[in-house]
Structure formats: C-alpha cells, structure tokens
Design a protein around this ligand. Structure first.
Ligand SMILES: *Cc1c(COP(=O)(O)O)cnc(C)c1O
Length: 499
C-alpha cells in the first residue's frame, strides 16, 4: 500500500498542481480562434483511427487542451459563475479517479467512503452556519441537480401535507387524492435552472412565477404578493428564494425578519421553502468586518428554509461536478429517492448514515466528497473568509472604477453603496449603444478576460462574476480596468503593457 499511495509521491502531485497555478496567472482566459480551429480539425474522425497511448497523450495535450478555456488557470475568467479548483481539491480529485470508489450504499464494514461524505457535509454545514437541523444531506452534480432535489422534495412534502403521496402514486394520482389542482413555484430573480427543475419534476416551467417587488429591484421577493398567491384554493406552493440572484448577486430576502415572515406563511399554508444559495450562501462565511456587515445581515435566516442548494464547483473551488443539497426533512428526501427492493443494495440498517442511493438521483456515483473534505480541512473557516473577501473586494474595486468611468454605466442604476452591497457580481453596460451592442465580444476578444452577456431591463448588459480562489485584488483589478479602458477607447489590449 505504502508504495502505491505514499504521502511523498502524493505531495509531489500537489506541488506540481501548485506550480501549474503559480505559472498560469497570464494563461489565456480564452484560446485564440486559430487554436480553436486547429483543435477542432485535429479530432480523429472515427474509432478506426486508433493511436498509441503516447500519441493519445500528445494529441490531447497538444491539440485539445490549448483549445479549451483557461477557466481554472486564469484568474480572470468571470463568465457565468464558475470558480477554479484549489490545488488540494484538484489533488484529491485525481485520487478519487485513481481509487474509483462507488459511493452508493453505506457499507461501514467495507469502506468509510460514506462516512467521509457525511463528515464533509457536516463540516460544510458548519462553515455555512446551518445549525443541526438539516438532517437530509447529499452531494449532487451541481446547483441544477440540487434545485431538482429541492423542487422534488418540496413537491413531495406539500402534497403529503394535503393527503397525497407522490413518491408512491405519482404526481397525477397524489394530486387527485390531495385535491390539489395547481402547484406553483414562487420566486424572484429565479435562476434559469429553477425552471428546468420545475420541468423535470413535472410541475412545468410555467409553474414558476416571478414575484419581484419592481422592475428596478426584480431580485427582491414581494412577500405581500407571495401571501396572496398562497391563499389560492386547491393550490400547493414552493417558495424558491434566490440567494443570490445571478445577474446582480443581490438577495431576494433581506435578512432574518423577511425569512421569519416567510417561514410563518409557509407553515400556515403548508408550503415549502427552497433557497437557491448556489454561490450567495457563501456570504455567510465572510469575516465580521464592517465591510461585510450588510451582506452578512442579508443572508441571515437562510437556515429557516426547508431545503438549500449549495454549489461546490463555484465559490468552494472544488472541481466539477459537485453540488450539495441540504434539507431538514430526511424523511421527505427518502420518500422521493428511495430505491426499493434490491436486497443486495441494503446497507447496515441500524446506521445513522443512510445510503446515498436513497438520498439523491444516482445509484452509482463518484466519490465527490473527498475533494470537498480536503478543501474544507485545509482552508478552514478562516481560509474561506479570506478567499471570499478577495473576490468581494475585487468586484467592489471594479464596480467603483466602472461607476467613475465616463464610458460605462454601473447597473442596477441608482446611487446604492458599492462598499456595502456589491458581493461577487458586477453588472454594467457601455453608455454608447454601438459599443454596448458588441461589448461582450470586444472584451472577450482580448482573450485575457472573459465575461458573460445578459439583459437588464430589456437591454444588453455585461456581467463579471468573480469566483476563483486565484484572484488578486491589486493585479487583476488593474488588468480588468485597463482592458475595459482599452475596449472603450477602441484600442488593442496588450498584457505586456499593463502598468
Ligand atoms: C450556477 C447556478 C445554478 C446552476 O448551477 P450548476 O452548478 O451550473 O448546475 C443555479 N442557481 C444559481 C443561483 C447559480 O448561480
């Protein structure tokens, strides 16, 4: 055993991953169009074109890797909300591949894999200050996967409270038995994956209702209107809370008072509260500094939800694919996901750890918990507080620069306080409409920074989402500002000329 997985050899892998990251601060954020074309035309046409393993490696490193994005390596990949991988997480992930462990059934006499998973999820719950009541926990493929679990559990629970059982009888039969003619998902600034989840679990994309307070603040949930919708006859409700909203990074519910009010309403009307905290929940890990007081106040109360989505491959900075799902109702999770009647799959029945196959979509799956465990163990609460504060401070620096610039307009409009309200996302547009039309393409054409396009009040806008551990506020702030200045002035950007 010692010869195969010895700490020295493993440390050498970690060191090589650290070196890769240290050398890669100017790694192109996007490949050039030429490399994309070369990579694409290098792909072999069919299974008949086999190569030796050496040639396979040469082909993949020489043709394919250069035609992929630098999202893990560049500190300036700000599209979507992505994250990179901490070297320790990437190292653990290579081990997961080599050890190829199936985490399906809790088999305490054969492997501690499920125990590691349980411990990793508990530690994450500690990091996010969720308290002890989230007894249903599992790892998913990402926040979309977790949102599917959230709506599936919500659907199960709200129909069960009215006398139906979706897991056993299916949605149609259970709704008939329960006298439910309509299921709605009430949200504000809901992530697109919430609608996808609604489709998957049989509610339909149309069941998702946007109840933002106004066109100026569409992310903010109008709780008075939620209450009206809850009162509809024959209707069962899931409340989907965006924490935070993906275009602005803002939070649907402003802190504990709002969450308490929603909790009381959900209890009164037998509704389910699901929080999509994919990236925003990590505001709870920030230090108790005045700079972050306002953000931390806004995410107080998330622990009052029935279920919570957390993403692993974003701010937690572990590799794809990794998300987490927490619910206070383990029994609901089991009602939905129980994989029945396979005697050979039964784990230790007396155990406190339930078999993952009864808690999520997959039966067989990857040992996703190990990189999470490794990352939490090596960073601790302090490491995450420091890492996330770098992301926030870079976003605030860039937001301040944009607001002060003549060519760009910071969104949402109004004179809100950047130093209080900006989390990790910066939304903006060019004041000049011609420039704004192609702004995303022009920024991304530098290949040294990547942003996503979006819409704000019907017009094109650009989004910067900072979520990689690699950001350096000073260095990347300067580069981003000089890229934006060059684009606004129609100049070419040269990394070598960055001052
Ligand atoms: C990214 C994101 C999702 C989807 O997550 P995946 O990990 O891409 O599946 C869902 N909700 C929010 C708020 C997100 O930011």
């Amino acid at each position: 055993m010692d010869d195969i997985f010895n700490p020295k050899a493993e440390e050498a892998i970690l060191v090589s991953l650290e070196k890769l990251h240290a050398q890669s601060t100017t790694y192109p954020t996007l490949p050039s169009p030429e490399l994309l074309a070369t990579g694409s035309s290098s792909l072999v046409p069919s299974i008949a074109s086999t190569k030796s393993e050496q040639d396979v490696i040469r082909h993949i490193t020489g043709d394919i890797v250069p035609a992929l994005t630098g999202q893990a390596l560049s500190p300036r990949y700000y599209g979507f909300v992505t994250g990179s991988s901490l070297p320790i997480a990437a190292w653990a992930d290579t081990l997961v591949t080599r050890i190829d462990q199936n985490v399906q059934v809790h088999l305490p006499h054969q492997t501690i894999a499920t125990e590691v998973e349980d411990r990793a999820l508990r530690m994450l719950g500690e990091l996010l200050k969720l308290g002890d009541s989230f007894e249903g926990r599992t790892l998913t493929t990402g926040a979309t996967g977790s949102n599917v679990l959230g709506l599936a559990c919500g659907r199960e629970a709200i129909i069960e409270k009215r006398g139906g059982n979706v897991g056993e009888d299916g949605l149609l039969g259970a709704c008939m038995a329960a006298g439910v003619s309509n299921i709605q998902v009430l949200t504000s600034g809901g992530h697109s994956s919430l609608s996808k989840a609604a489709s998957i679990v049989g509610l339909g994309r149309q069941s998702v209702k946007e109840l933002g307070v106004s066109a100026d603040e569409p992310w903010k949930l109008d709780i008075d209107v939620v209450e009206k919708h809850l009162q509809k006859e024959g209707t069962a409700t899931i409340i989907g809370i965006s924490a935070g909203e993906v275009n602005t990074g803002r939070f649907a519910v402003d802190g504990l008072a709002g969450m308490k009010r929603l909790r009381a309403l959900a209890d009164k009307y037998s509704a389910w509260i699901h929080v999509d905290g994919a990236f925003g929940i990590f505001a709870r890990c920030l230090d108790n500094m005045a700079d972050f007081e306002d953000l931390k106040r806004q995410v107080e109360g998330i622990q009052l939800a029935d279920s919570i989505t957390v993403d692993g491959h974003k701010i937690l900075n572990v590799p794809y694919d990794c998300g987490m799902f927490f619910t206070r109702s383990q029994s609901t999770l089991a009602s939905v996901f129980t994989n029945p009647n396979a005697a050979y799959l039964a784990g230790g029945s007396a155990s406190k750890i339930s078999s993952p196959l009864n808690n999520g979509l997959e039966n067989s799956r990857r040992f996703r918990a190990l990189p999470v465990y490794a990352t939490l163990l090596s960073q601790g609460s302090n490491g995450f507080a420091a890492m996330i504060s770098r992301m926030v401070l870079l976003a605030r620096r860039v937001a301040g620069w944009i607001r002060a610039s003549e060519q760009y307009e910071l969104l949402p409009g109004g004179d809100w306080n950047i130093e209080k309200e900006t989390f990790i996302i910066v939304l903006f547009r060019a004041r000049d409409n011609n420039l704004n039309d192609n702004l995303v393409e022009k920024i991304n054409a530098t290949r040294q920074m990547y942003v996503s396009g979006t819409k704000w009040k019907g017009e094109k806008a650009v989004r910067i989402a900072v979520s990689t551990w690699k950001v350096d506020v000073e260095r990347d702030g300067r580069i981003v500002e000089q890229i934006l200045a060059a684009v606004a002035e129609g100049r070419d950007f040269e990394m070598a000329q960055v001052k």
